[in-house]
Design a protein around this ligand. Structure first.
Ligand SMILES: [Zn+2]
Ligand SMILES: [Zn+2]
Length: 338
């Protein structure tokens, strides 16, 4: 990249030199603007943080109550050293924002993570016209094609209902911030009680106290007398096949993830059932979103970045791949965030 570029990739993160501001820095910096609350994008140690106001409770919960943080609303412009910044919905998780950076008529947009499907939980992705668009590429291969969300959630509900009929608890893995709320919001809640692992329950609580989420769930307790036979139990992947999950006798297990598109992934995850559900854009979602920005230049970060950069170049974009410490693919495979 040229040092004249409005944003450059440095050892600390995506940097706007004129404003002296970093976006989602992976090292502690003076001033950070954060796209969303996932741990690879919102890291501890920076002197000050700016993010969407819905991300404020999440960052405080994850990075510490005493951080210096300011919330901004969508579409509001704030200037730093003459550079104009504004936030727009990314549709990824609650509070997730794209960062628009404008200086002397030139516009760059940093997407963070995004999806174009509406999830009824966070504000839907909004394409922002720009010259240069910085995109993620977690699912940047044609094999990744999502079904409509309501269809996937209906399949999850039907599976749960069937297990409940056979008096078998249903355990579904979901990342605590994002996927869990997405599933809870969109499944049929009349089938039986819904229990959550403590990590998910606490995240829900933070969001509920902030008025950002409203699905009531029960926390899995140590009380061995609890009847889970018709229950849905949500847990982060780490809770599966652990001493924690031993209390659910004869349980049926499932995983909801974009990676379930890949052959053999269900077996690798050691679950009975896989559902393709993601908080990231699929192949068509990425292409549609990029086209809608009108950008001539696209910088591709975490995911299938080299393959996807090549594809974009063939479509006539000025495309380039940049390394980041966003933990994209591997991170998502391990933590099932995606
Ligand atoms: Zn994310
Ligand atoms: Zn990411």
């Amino acid at each position: 990249m040229s040092s004249e570029d409005l944003l450059i990739f440095t050892k600390s993160g995506i940097y706007c030199k004129i404003a002296d501001v970093y976006i989602d820095p992976w090292r502690p910096v003076q001033r950070a603007i954060i796209t969303h609350g996932h741990s690879d994008h919102a890291r501890p140690g920076s002197k000050s943080y700016i993010c969407h106001s819905d991300s404020v409770p999440i960052l405080k919960y994850r990075l510490g109550k005493s951080i210096n943080i300011r919330g901004e609303s969508f579409g509001n412009t704030f200037s730093v050293n003459g550079v104009n910044f504004s936030l727009y919905p990314a549709g990824h998780i609650i509070g997730s924002a794209q960062i628009r950076v404008e200086y002397r008529g030139e516009v760059w947009v940093v997407s963070g993570d995004y999806k174009v499907q509406h999830d009824n939980v966070c504000q839907p992705f909004e394409p922002i016209t720009c010259n240069t668009f910085i995109t993620e590429s977690t699912f940047g291969l044609p094999v990744y094609q999502w079904k409509p969300l309501y269809e996937t959630c209906k399949n999850i509900s039907d599976w749960w209902a069937e297990n409940a009929k056979q008096k078998r608890p249903t355990i579904l893995t979901a990342y605590s911030l994002g996927k869990a709320q997405n599933i809870l919001q969109n499944i049929d809640k009349s089938i039986g009680p819904i229990y959550c692992h403590g990590a998910i329950q606490k995240t829900n609580q933070v969001l509920m106290e902030a008025g950002l989420f409203d699905v009531k769930t029960l926390e899995v307790s140590e009380n061995t007398a609890t009847d889970y036979t018709n229950a849905l139990i949500l847990t982060p992947p780490s809770g599966l096949n652990s001493s924690w999950s031993n209390k659910f006798k004869h349980a049926v297990t499932g995983s909801a993830s974009g990676w379930m598109m890949l052959r053999g992934m269900r077996r690798r995850r050691n679950v009975d059932k896989g559902f393709v559900l993601s908080d990231h854009a699929d192949w068509n979602g990425l292409n549609t979103a990029i086209k809608a920005t009108g950008a001539s230049r696209v910088i591709v970060t975490h995911g299938y970045q080299d393959t996807y950069t090549r594809y974009l170049s063939e479509q006539g974009y000025q495309a380039q791949s940049e390394k980041t410490l966003f933990e994209g693919e591997q991170f998502a495979i391990q933590n099932q965030e995606s």
